[in-house]
Design a protein around this ligand. Structure first.
Ligand SMILES: Nc1ncnc2c1ncn2[C@@H]1O[C@H](COP(=O)(O)OP(=O)(O)OP(=O)(O)O)[C@@H](O)[C@H]1O
Length: 255
């Protein structure tokens, strides 16, 4: 499981879109399972890659179960009928994401987190060799963030996911790829990538990295007062006062 991390606009989604063939890179090339990515037809690509995107299409007027059935499409021909095994497979995927009770409900009426889980069930049904997830934990409460990432880890396939929560990325990923302004900054284990220096340099946030008490992976504690001086300076400027005259946090708070 590879986590793609980096600040807003650093190129995480663009990189993932190149991987699943939605856009073509201006430079370099994408190699998938030993073959040039562009040599795959859309159908053969759909058999090996499943994608859960950041923005869910909401115009579909289908039930949750029908949406999950769509995961079988790349494996079917026009004349194929739905088998009992297909139905079992879809039911099992819905159960894995705890949405069995919503099978008959219209997909558009699901909550944001439920939609995300339904899309992950569809990806499971697709039986890909590579699962690409663009911010899969968006909309999910903390329980489902952990559950969904543990679920995709347990599938035994390659997973590439962009993740904003660095502690979650640290806990769930074998490797992390850190981007900044479209450039690769580091690609290694969470221990090597999630250092105080790199987080400061790339995210411009001061933090302390320790070890998780249960698993020993890097655990990040952020320092929250780091932007206070900056906002005080801006406020002072707006008031026509020199920022250097600022004396204390108490003064800042009084503003
Ligand atoms: N098709 C496009 N044409 C031109 N610029 C684009 C295109 N798609 C994305 N960009 C730009 O490329 C940069 C990287 O965007 P991208 O969506 O990959 O970032 P990201 O790391 O996924 O950001 P976020 O964390 O905010 O989702 C952004 O500045 C964006 O405006």
């Amino acid at each position: 499981m590879l986590g793609v991390i980096g600040p807003n606009g650093s190129g995480k989604s663009s990189l993932l879109r190149c991987l699943y063939g939605f856009i073509c890179p201006n430079q370099g090339r994408i190699q998938l399972f030993g073959r040039d990515g562009q040599s795959y037809s859309s159908r053969s690509l759909a058999k090996i890659i499943a994608v859960v995107q950041q923005d869910t299409p909401t115009e579909l007027s289908i039930t949750t179960e029908q949406l999950v059935f769509m995961g079988l499409t790349p494996h079917k021909t026009l004349l194929s009928s739905t088998t009992a095994q297909d139905k079992e497979f879809v039911a099992s995927a819905l159960a894995k994401v705890e949405l069995s009770h919503k099978a008959a409900q219209e997909f558009t009426l699901l909550s944001g987190g439920e939609k995300q889980r339904a899309l992950i069930a569809r990806a499971i049904v697709q039986q890909p060799k590579l699962l690409i997830l663009d911010e899969p934990t968006n909309h999910l409460d903390i329980r489902y963030q952990i559950q969904i990432l543990e679920l995709v880890r347990s599938l035994g396939i390659t997973v590439i996911a962009s993740i904003h929560d660095l502690n979650l990325a640290s806990a769930m990923c074998d490797q992390l790829l850190m981007l900044n302004e479209g450039q690769l900054v580091a690609m290694s284990t969470p221990e090597n990538v999630l250092t105080e220096n790199l987080i400061d340099q790339v995210f411009d946030v001061r933090c302390q990295v320790s070890r998780h008490s249960q698993y020993g992976n890097p655990q990040i504690q952020y320092f929250y007062d780091q932007y206070q001086e900056q906002s005080v300076a801006i406020t002072k400027e707006l008031q026509g006062t020199e920022p250097e005259t600022m004396q204390s946090t108490a003064e800042a708070e009084s503003l």
